[in-house]
Design a protein around this ligand. Structure first.
Ligand SMILES: C[S@@+](CC[C@H](N)C(=O)[O-])C[C@H]1O[C@@H](n2cnc3c(N)ncnc32)[C@H](O)[C@@H]1O
Length: 222
């Protein structure tokens, strides 16, 4: 899927991937993910392909420095609007940066692949990011992300797995093995949770899936 695909989804408000609530993985595993990451108590957290998730605000309110990266300025504006956070806008290199005035939170509007590796991050929250990309762009995404994480840094990654022939992505199916193949040269991988969520996902059942396994994984950078 290219940028136009996503921008047209935002323009038409076709954002069925968006969840109004803070993600349950952050509530369940956030402490483990962040306490095991490098850095002091205030972490530098990256949320790639962040959409308009309120997870950004949740993490910043815990006292961390949070950077989201997203193609759509409509999504970025929605984050600050929904949280009623005053913000400034500035141009920094290829990005339009939306920055909260009273929280250490910014959303960089632009192409994730243009995000510079300096400064790097202690922690990454990948929800519906890796699975959003076409499989032929996955290796590039992983290569770029690896450069952005400091040694000792951690990533909390939420992936979905289902018979790919039953439904075209996004979200694209990624198994725990696929994740291992992508990251194991640079990260230690741990499976934190695995659940078949097909009964809670009627839209995927309607599209023909007979199972929909969601996994939460903790990756630690060597
Ligand atoms: C499936 S959505 C997930 C959004 C968010 N992570 C969430 O959990 O709600 C994927 C998002 O990635 C954005 N996106 C896709 N390709 C991108 C790129 N190359 N750079 C930045 N954002 C991108 C899209 O605009 C879309 O908002």
């Amino acid at each position: 899927m290219d940028a136009n695909f996503w921008l047209s989804r935002w323009a038409q408000d076709k954002t069925g991937f968006h969840a109004e609530q803070v993600h349950s993985d952050l509530l369940e595993f956030g402490k483990q993910w962040l306490s095991s990451a490098s850095g002091g108590s205030k972490k530098d957290i990256l949320v790639p392909l962040c959409g308009k998730t309120m997870d950004l605000v949740y993490l910043a309110k815990l006292g961390h420095r949070v950077v989201g990266v997203e193609l759509s300025d409509k999504a970025a504006a929605a984050v600050f609007g929904r949280a009623k956070l005053p913000f400034t806008q500035s141009k920094q290199g290829p990005f339009q940066v939306f920055r909260a005035q009273d929280l250490d939170l910014e959303v960089r509007v632009g192409n994730f692949f243009e995000l510079s590796a300096v400064p790097s991050f202690d922690a990454v929250w990948d929800r519906a990011a890796m699975v959003a990309l076409d499989p032929d762009r996955r290796a590039r995404y992983v290569k770029h992300l690896i450069q952005l994480v400091r040694p000792g840094g951690t990533m909390l990654v939420n992936i979905m797995d289902y018979p790919q022939e039953q439904m075209p992505g996004p979200p694209h199916a990624i198994s725990f093995d696929d994740l291992g193949m992508a990251y194991r040269a640079h990260f230690k991988l741990e499976l934190l949770k695995e659940q078949d969520q097909i009964d809670d996902s009627p839209k995927f059942r309607e599209r023909g899936l007979d199972h929909f396994i969601v996994r939460t994984c903790l990756l630690t950078r060597s």
